[in-house]
Ligand binder design. Structure first.
Ligand code: ZN
Length: 313
C-alpha cells in the first residue's frame, strides 16, 4: 500500500502516521520534511516566543497607552475640579501622552505572542506524533516543552498585569466620577450661615417679645461665628433699648441727673474680634449710638451725657 513506509534496516512496513519503524525503532526517512527540518521550524517558533518581552504592571499602562492614557486624563481632570487644582499637572502629562500615543503604531505585544504560541504547539504536537516513540527525540522535545512552559508562565503573568491595569483604571475612573467635590472653607461656612438664618429669625422674634433668656439659649446652638455675633449684638441692642425706655420715663419725670448718669453708664460691649465680624456688629452699634443720641437730645443741655459717635466703633 502507498501509505506505508518500508524500513531500510529491517524491511518492515510502517504506516505513514509515524516516522519510527514499528519493528526495529529506527527513524524512517519518508517523503517531505525530515526530522531536522521540523526541529528547525520548532526552534524558530520557540526563539520567537522567547524573545517576547514580559511586561510588568507599569509596562501594561504604557503598552496600552491608547486606552490607559485617555482614561488617566479623565480621572485626573475630574480630580482637578473636585479635589485640588494640583491634579492639573498629571492631567496635562497624561493628555500629552494620550495624544502622542494616537500617532504610534505599536501594537499590543501580547496578541502576537498568542498567535506564535498556537503555531509552536501545533508543531510540537506533530513532532510528538511522528517521532515520539524515539527516546532521544522525545527527550529533546520534552526539554523544549519544559522551557516553553516557563516562558508561558511569564506570558500569563503579563496577561494578569494587564487585567490588573484594567481593574485599576476602571476602579479609579468610577471613584473619581462619583467622589463628591470637596467644598472650600468659604462654601462650608456659607452653608452653615445660610442654615442658621432661620434660627436667627426665631431668636429675633423672641427678643422683640422681651424673651432674652430663651434667645440666649439659642446662642449655644449656633455653630458659625457670624450667626453668633449677629445674635449677641441683637441681644445687647434689645437689652439696651429696654434700659433706654426706663431712662426715657425718668426724663419725662424730670429726673435729669439720674437719667444722665444712667445714660452715661450704658456703653456698648464689643463682641467681635475679627474684621469680618466687626462689620456685622457695626450696624447694631450704629443703631445703639442713634438711639442714645436721640435720648440724650431730650435732656436739658446742661444735663447731657457724653455720647459716642458712630465712628467710635
Ligand atoms: Zn525497521
Amino acid at each position: 500500500m502507498s501509505n506505508m513506509i518500508k524500513c531500510n534496516k529491517c524491511g518492515g512496513e510502517s504506516t505513514t502516521s509515524t516516522r519510527i519503524c514499528e519493528y526495529c525503532g529506527v527513524i524512517l526517512e519518508g517523503e517531505g520534511k525530515t526530522l531536522n527540518d521540523s526541529l528547525n521550524e520548532l526552534n524558530e517558533s520557540f526563539n520567537k516566543l522567547r524573545s517576547f518581552p514580559s511586561p510588568d504592571l507599569l509596562d501594561s499602562f504604557k503598552n496600552n497607552a491608547k486606552f490607559s492614557m485617555p482614561i488617566l486624563s479623565l480621572i485626573t481632570l475630574f480630580l482637578t475640579f473636585k479635589i485640588n487644582g494640583f491634579f492639573g499637572i498629571p492631567f496635562v502629562v497624561f493628555l500629552v501622552y494620550a495624544i502622542l500615543s494616537l500617532f504610534k503604531k505599536k501594537q499590543n505585544l501580547l496578541g502576537g505572542f498568542k498567535a506564535d504560541k498556537l503555531l509552536f504547539n501545533a508543531q510540537l504536537t506533530s513532532l510528538y506524533g511522528m517521532y515520539g516513540k524515539d527516546p532521544s527525540t522525545s527527550a529533546r522535545l520534552g526539554q523544549i516543552e519544559k522551557e516553553f512552559k516557563n516562558i508561558n508562565k511569564l506570558f500569563k503573568k503579563s496577561k494578569s498585569f494587564e487585567l490588573i491595569m484594567y481593574v485599576i483604571l476602571i476602579g479609579l475612573f468610577i471613584f473619581s466620577y462619583i467622589i463628591p467635590a470637596t467644598k472650600t472653607e468659604i462654601e462650608i461656612k456659607n452653608e452653615i450661615v445660610n442654615s442658621e438664618a432661620s434660627i436667627l429669625l426665631v431668636a429675633d422674634s423672641l427678643l422683640s417679645n422681651g424673651n432674652y433668656t430663651e434667645a440666649r439659649k439659642i446662642l449655644k446652638d449656633l455653630k458659625s461665628k457670624e450667626s453668633t455675633i449677629e445674635l449677641q449684638s441683637n441681644i445687647q441692642l434689645r437689652e439696651i433699648e429696654y434700659l433706654f425706655k426706663s431712662i426715657e420715663s425718668q426724663i419725662n419725670n424730670k429726673e435729669y441727673d439720674s437719667a444722665k448718669n444712667e445714660l452715661q453708664s450704658i456703653i456698648w460691649k464689643k463682641n467681635s474680634t475679627e474684621f469680618d465680624l466687626e462689620k456685622l456688629e457695626e450696624k447694631y452699634f450704629k443703631r445703639y449710638v442713634q438711639l442714645k443720641t436721640n435720648l440724650n437730645g431730650k435732656l436739658p443741655e446742661e444735663n447731657r451725657a457724653q455720647v459716642e459717635s458712630e465712628l467710635d466703633f
